[in-house]
Design a protein around this ligand. Structure first.
Ligand code: DX5
Ligand code: ZN
Length: 224
């Protein structure tokens, strides 16, 4: 099973963005996790197209774009044109989720649905086979550096069992409070994309932290 590390650029130094992007380029990170917040769906505003385009200009790895915005369907084509490899929309923001997923695929990106901590994985039963990835939020979205919500582990295990039946290739991504302390448990539960902001960028050596998380997730996933 795949085991990918996706550092969250939200925790980068925006005054030295090119430097931090190049650091990730030369690390064992697999993707760049790009958090877009609108101040409506979540109580924070992050950044928009100019910053994402600046990241894209220097990044040599796929951009994994996490839309924490209302009416995300209005912006799918623009995010795809700005270089998104995958586009994640929130279940809680999409009344016509099936249509939104179709639009993401038509725009040429991988389609992912994110679930807030209170949203049960079972609500995805009838859309799971159409998805490339599910993002299980392990904090309430809006801010980096929050504490991991423990119940996430059982959600991931339940989702992996559901995916086993209908979509064995499904990627399960986990986002929020992820670090060395829970890497092995998350990977053993069936998560194969670990997002980490604070754990990477506040580490004395971000590249060593990425490498340690990558190795730890590899051994946990291979022993399932
Ligand atoms: C939170 C964002 C996360 C955030 C994770 O709403 O979706 O991607 O950057 O940050 P850490 O790893 O610091 O919890
Ligand atoms: Zn995120």
């Amino acid at each position: 099973m795949k085991h990918l590390i996706a550092p969250s650029v939200l925790s980068a130094d925006f005054a030295n963005l090119q430097r931090d992007v190049e650091m990730l380029n030369s690390s064992e990170a697999d993707w760049f996790h790009v958090d877009i917040m609108d101040g409506v769906f979540v109580p924070n505003i992050s950044f928009g197209f100019p910053v994402m385009e600046a990241i894209k200009k220097y990044a040599t790895k796929p951009l994994d774009v996490h839309l924490m915005i209302v009416e995300p369907e209005r912006y799918i084509e623009r995010f795809a044109a700005a270089g998104a490899y995958s586009i994640t929309v929130h279940y809680e923001a999409c009344p016509h989720l099936h249509k939104t997923i179709q639009s993401i695929h038509e725009a040429g990106a991988k389609a992912c649905v994110a679930l807030n901590p209170h949203t049960p994985v079972e609500l995805l039963t009838d859309i799971l086979s159409d998805l490339d990835m599910v993002l299980v939020m392990s904090v309430n979205p809006g801010f980096g550096g929050q504490q991991f919500i423990h119940n996430t582990l059982s959600k991931i295990a339940r989702l992996r069992a559901m995916a086993h039946q209908v979509n064995p290739e499904l990627l399960i991504e986990v986002d929020g409070g992820v670090g060395l302390h829970n890497t092995a448990a998350l990977s053993s539960a069936g998560a194969n994309v670990l997002v980490a902001g604070n754990a990477v960028f506040a580490a004395p050596s971000p590249k060593e932290m990425i490498s340690s998380m990558k190795n730890l997730s590899a051994s946990a996933i291979n022993s399932i």
